[in-house]
Design a protein around this ligand. Structure first.
Ligand SMILES: Nc1ncnc2c1ncn2[C@@H]1O[C@H](COP(=O)(O)OP(=O)(O)OP(=O)(O)O)[C@@H](O)[C@H]1O
Length: 627
């Protein structure tokens, strides 16, 4: 390999006596390279730190480059970094074979394989002082996206270094893989069970319906198939197990590792995890959620869902229907419009489950195999909403990524776009959004080209859009475009299935144990007004469950003090209520303040930011006053 690389080096017109080339990229260009390789850079840095800890004080350095061999980051012993500087081993410098002849980084890229280049194996004489071990980092399609390298003084050569570098590169690949394929079914497998959970495990991901999405290098190796060959497969065709059988397995009392058979006949062990957007349902939790789905439907006298398509059922409309007539009516209406691409507007206080409902609508629709893209218009700075939604072309504005960005609307193509807090969309963008909905075309920022897009739209808001229209804050024409079907999720305090909801959440949060709420606690819960709705109740239950004793019963003493204070202050508030002229004679200024804040909170559906705006005080003041 070294000999062939030397021949290539000569063919690039390099001479062995060439001096090191000190022409790094400018700071701006280097930032551009790092920006283009953002995910690689982010996931590689912690791995580099760990790798460096293994080799500290050995006159070595750790190097990360992009796919062209441009150094993006280095970590090393000070004395060696100084020496490295002399041969241009610094950020911004390219170490491709074309620029520096045979060297571990450039040759690893040229060969697409881990490479060790020691002392005089380097093409340039100036680099004979080095020993370098490099491993390419691959993306799931098998393309080299960067190189991890350990370079040191040639006298410091150690034969274990290469193994460390290879393992670290694999670790980066697995982390990039996990970040890129978060949704769907993920299988972790190996022919030896003790290797599951280690760097050696194969990882393959599938859509909730079982279609193959991607695999890491170990998986491709074990399956003996290329990324192209894998793309036509399914969970069943690769592992001899369908989605429903997978869920059946996890519905058994003590699900162990799965036993599966690869197309080659090799037997493997596997662990599966399922994640449907914001919901992670891992191994044992699959069992729980599946059971709850069944008990939820059984509780309302509905037919239990069939096993096929179990993954969708975990976040389906049926699962949300736990007996409240308002919710049942909403689900009845939604079922009628499913698949008709009628825009849906979900209203309701914060934490009432608007996003969960949107996800369930998507999962129950014919678009379930497509993407579900959620955008919270209130959490993105106003200046960025436009580029985030519509995307932008190369160099559209200062700070834009070199290659441009596909906006969220186009990301949702073929699936569902969920625009949360649509009331927070700035007026000028409301006009652009309206155009997209009318013309079904998106024009990215800085582009003259319009791209056709096919999305089903669900919007949500806790604000009163009609009031906003009256104040000129929301476009009437957009409102009529969004409200094909308007549904209002009830706040928890109005739900008649409150007890079922509490028990459902307790079961969902319990991993294998049984938890209950004592009658006093349930009574207290029913009297509380839950401004944060499901989010608040879930958090409270999580904390209380940790406090319980062996019997798993949540009693008053297990509830957090701040919640009890809240309940107490609300009671105090209602005691103050029947006052003459609105201000009770025995009320302190503090009581009145608290009462005003609580009323405003209620009027704003528990939304602290909106309350702060309405009262003209800071969010911190609100938290301080109600704590
Ligand atoms: N019916 C339900 N059953 C179980 N959990 C639920 C239910 N509805 C909501 N939740 C949980 O409550 C939390 C808040 O739900 P979600 O984000 O959907 O509410 P939201 O109305 O969109 O809130 P916000 O308006 O603040 O964005 C989530 O963790 C969600 O999983």
């Amino acid at each position: 390999m070294v000999e062939q690389s030397h021949q290539r080096s000569a063919s690039y017109g390099l001479s062995t006596v060439d001096k090191p080339d000190f022409s790094p990229l400018t700071k701006t260009d280097l930032s551009g390279v790092i920006e283009q390789n953002h995910a690689l850079h982010t996931y590689a840095l912690p791995v580099m730190e760990t790798l460096y800890e293994q080799i500290v004080n050995t006159h070595n350095m750790v190097i990360l480059t992009d796919a062209q061999g441009v150094i993006m980051h280095t970590l090393g012993d000070d004395d060696f970094l100084e020496k490295a500087n002399r041969v241009a081993l610094t950020p911004g410098v390219a170490w491709s074979e074309q620029r520096r002849g045979t060297n571990a980084i450039g040759t690893a890229i040229a060969e697409g394989a881990p490479t060790l280049v020691n002392a005089d194996e380097h093409y340039l004489r100036a680099n004979h002082i080095l020993t370098c071990s490099a491993a390419p980092i691959f993306d799931p399609r098998g393309a080299v996206i960067g190189v991890l390298d350990v370079t040191g003084d040639c006298h410091s050569f150690h034969r274990h270094t290469m193994a460390l570098v290879r393992m670290s590169a694999q670790m980066i690949e697995n982390q990039l893989f996990a970040a890129a394929y978060q949704d769907g079914i993920t299988l972790h497998f190996h022919s030896r069970p003790e290797f599951i959970g280690t760097l050696m495990e194969g990882i393959a991901s599938f859509t909730p319906g079982g279609r193959f999405m991607s695999a890491n290098r170990s998986a491709m190796f074990q399956l003996g198939l290329s990324p192209q060959a894998l793309s036509v497969h399914t969970l069943n065709s690769l592992f001899g197990l369908g989605v429903s059988a997978l869920f059946d397995h996890y519905r058994t009392a003590a699900p162990g590792l799965l036993h599966m058979c690869l197309p080659s006949g090799v037997r493997v062990y596997a662990r599966a995890s399922v994640r449907l957007s914001s919901h992670v349902i891992c191994s044992t939790e699959i069992t729980q959620s599946a059971r709850q789905a069944q008990s939820a439907t059984a509780g309302t006298g509905r037919q239990t869902a069939t096993d096929h398509d179990s993954a969708h059922r975990l976040s389906s409309l049926r699962y949300l229907n736990t007996g409240d007539p308002q919710v049942a009516a909403i689900i009845g209406k939604l079922n009628k419009v499913t698949g008709r691409d009628i825009p849906i507007l979900v209203t309701g206080e914060t934490g009432t489950g608007k996003e969960l409902l949107a996800q369930a609508i998507h999962n129950d629709s014919p678009r379930a195999g497509g993407p579900f893209v959620a955008v919270n218009c209130a959490s993105i700075p106003e200046t960025l909403i436009e580029s985030e939604l519509f995307g932008y072309e190369d160099g559209a504005f200062t700070g834009a990524r070199k290659k441009g960005s596909v906006g969220r609307i186009l990301q949702a193509n073929g699936g569902t776009l969920f625009l949360d807090e649509i009331g927070d969309m700035p007026l000028n963008l409301q006009a652009r959004l309206l155009r997209v909905l009318q013309e079904r075309m998106v024009t990215p920022l800085g582009s003259a080209k319009s791209i056709p897009v096919n999305v089903s739209l669900i919007c949500a808001t806790h604000r009163n859009l009609r009031d906003m229209i009256a104040k000129g804050e929301f476009r009437e024409d957009l409102y009529y475009r969004l409200n094909g079907l308007v549904v209002k999720l009830p706040p928890l305090r109005e739900r008649t299935d409150f007890e079922i909801v509490v028990n459902k959440l307790l079961a969902a949060e319990a991993s294998g144990r049984r938890y209950t709420a004592s009658p006093e606690v349930m009574q207290l819960f029913k009297q509380h007004n839950w401004p944060g709705n499901f989010r608040q109740l879930t958090n409270l239950l999580r904390t209380a469950m940790v406090m319980t004793s062996d019997d798993g019963e949540i009693r008053l003493e297990h509830l957090p003090d701040d919640f009890l204070d809240d309940v107490h202050s609300l009671r105090k508030d209602s005691a103050v209520e029947p006052a003459v002229g609105g201000v009770p004679t025995n009320a302190t200024l503090e009581d009145v303040e608290l009462s005003v804040i609580q009323k405003a909170l209620q009027a704003n559906g528990g939304n602290v930011s909106a309350t702060a705006r309405a009262l003209g005080i800071s969010r911190n003041t609100i938290y301080r006053k109600i704590s």
